[in-house]
Design a protein around this ligand. Sequence first.
Ligand code: MTE
Ligand code: MO
Length: 382
Amino acid sequence: DPYANDPKRHPALIPSSVKPFNAEPPVSLLIHNYITPNDLFFVRNHLPVPQINIKDFKLDIAIDGSEKKAKSFTVDTLKKVFPKRKITTTLQCAGNRRSEQIKIKPVKGLNWGMAAISTAEWTGATLDDVLKHCGVDIEKVNFAHIQFEGMDRGPDGTSYGASIPMEMARMLKNEIIIAYEMNGVDIPRDHGYPLRVIVPGTVGARQVKWLNKIVLSNEESGSHWQQRDYKGFNASVDWDTVDFKKSHAIQFLPVNSAICEPEEGQTLEKDADEVTLKGYAWSGGGRGIFRVDVSADGGKTWRTADLLEKPESLKQTDYRAWAWVFWEATIPLPENHDGKVELVCKASDSQYNVQPDSVEGVWNLRGCLNNAWHRVHVNVAK
Ligand code: MTE
Ligand code: MO
């Protein structure tokens, strides 16, 4: 069993698959802590967790077609040679909220609820510093992509891999880090021990765990996950007509939000005339959240939620906002509600991108990128 050496996991995590291990925390716990505790951080593994002996571990940096220019670093060297950079980011899987798409029409992918998203403070060396040390200037280099390879391997021997365009590395200069700590401790095995790349504002799939190779190249990563997965399609594309070559790899994520309290199917207090909603909102690309709107009548009328203060130490602006915001709103219930109420939330980000209204409109055969208005149905006891 290639999964026999996987680490122990927190019993509160809700698995969507066990081998490989994939799990999300209960939503009530998700919004309990602005920084997700490591053992409650959602886990998305495509393969067995590799067993790594730190004594033998090296990160190789290579330039495509010129193996001679490869440089290697131990984790100790990364810690000693480069200034420590800390960054708090929210990491979201492209499949977050997929279960809402599955309800409409089956898709291929894990049945994620709304907690395939978590936030941590990462510490590491910036990619920029490390490349500079290798004689590479991100501003001037001619290669079009940066590829990342992990140490987890499939039965055919190929490892997990992904890439980002060099243009993104330039935009995110000083923000992309080769992380060795997660919330102040060594990165736990499930999350990439000993190294993972953190690309703020970007889909989880590019933030390669168990990172042991970086390649500068004119090609995107050739991996299955870059080429034949994690891409967007319209709702009419099916498995007979899909052409992965014609779609872009998902990178920066769209604006999203979800109601974590109350939960679907919950019964509110007897004769309640108002309801308190709590949840999260986040957008990719560094776009902060300008507003979260909530409705208690399925989206006919709206009120604006309160955005809760982020920790002072974050110092993130509306245009370099890498971490989520929590929000709350207490709103009246509609007068003629028949005991059933549809609660809705939607967020606007700092470029005034707004969540689309229907899951039908964003449905796709892989069930990725669900950022439709989030709806929760509750009962009101009479
Ligand atoms: N890196 C490696 N090496 N192997 C993986 O399976 N999964 C990716 C990404 N990096 C993956 C990986 C995906 S799809 C996501 S959403 C994130 O890791 C999940 O990170 P987490 O498990 O720390 O939450
Ligand atoms: Mo993912």
